[in-house]
Ligand binder design. Sequence first.
Ligand SMILES: NC(=O)c1ccc[n+]([C@@H]2O[C@H](COP(=O)([O-])OP(=O)(O)OC[C@H]3O[C@@H](n4cnc5c(N)ncnc54)[C@H](OP(=O)(O)O)[C@@H]3O)[C@@H](O)[C@H]2O)c1
Length: 294
Amino acid sequence: MSAKLLVTGASGQLGSLVVKHLLDTFNLPAANIVAGSRDTARLAGFAARGVETRTVDFDDVALVDSFAGIDRVLIISTDRLDVPGIRLKQHTAAVDAAKKAGVGRILYTSMPSADDNKITFGPDHFGTEEAIKASGLAYTIFRNGWYMENLFMSLPQAVASGQWYSAAGEGVIAHIGRDDIARAIAAGLVSPGDGNVTHTLTGLTAYTTDEIAAQVAEVTGKPLAVIHLDDEQLAGGMAAAGVPAPFIPTFVSFDTNTREGKIAMVTDDAEKLSGAKPVALKAFLEASKAALGA
Ligand SMILES: NC(=O)c1ccc[n+]([C@@H]2O[C@H](COP(=O)([O-])OP(=O)(O)OC[C@H]3O[C@@H](n4cnc5c(N)ncnc54)[C@H](OP(=O)(O)O)[C@@H]3O)[C@@H](O)[C@H]2O)c1
């Protein structure tokens, strides 16, 4: 009998793409897939295709039941950044439940340099990696690089004003499209190989903020100047722009992390896993012209 694979957070943006790739790219029979979410009503599309849906909530005391009969579970990291440390508690509960339920392998969505970075929530990921390793279960860790889609948090306003505020200095990032990450993870779920492995999933080329701005200007036809600030100035600007105070340290830490070279790596792990070359930043920007206000 073929392995039964559970994707948690299957109603989320990444989780739903992983399930889609399992079905459509890797042609896995629906009977081998279980889609989990806090709200199974949001999984109706997958249920209609014959995928079993289950309630999966890392805060639920009955979590172990959600993992019954599962051979491999993809634990998608949650979005709970509002309370520091809560994600680590959630992820650790998921690891414990997987172990108690007799799951054969844990796969987890971590971040690059989980053990050495400047991101405020970095310890959640590193702590989860450590908990997975301590569980004694076989594991696959995907250290997901920053999504290209993250650029939409700042670019539309920056393009409109012609100014992009940054404390990233000359630091570089090889952004990768969310869909390319999902395809690579789906491949790793289908064929995990033996033993324990950590993949770092990045885009093809690492660019400075100025280089990204130049590409954006070319694509939109609108000039875009990067205004280089230090962390304190960036935090002050965010506060003045109305960014809620609890989120400012996290947003600033992204730039600190980049400036200090903690997310400068470029790997071909995504292509090695899925067989598909990730989309280049320029092509992504071209395809996102409308969202950029071009
Ligand atoms: N690498 C990057 O650039 C980047 C950027 C943004 C986020 N992330 C991380 O990657 C994850 C997936 O990204 P995304 O774009 O798919 O974000 P998203 O659409 O906001 O998804 C959030 C995910 O968290 C899950 N979740 C929340 N609370 C949960 C709980 N109590 N128990 C189980 N699952 C819970 C949701 O599952 P259900 O709603 O289905 O229950 C959903 O899959 C995020 O949650 C975050 O940890 C990475």
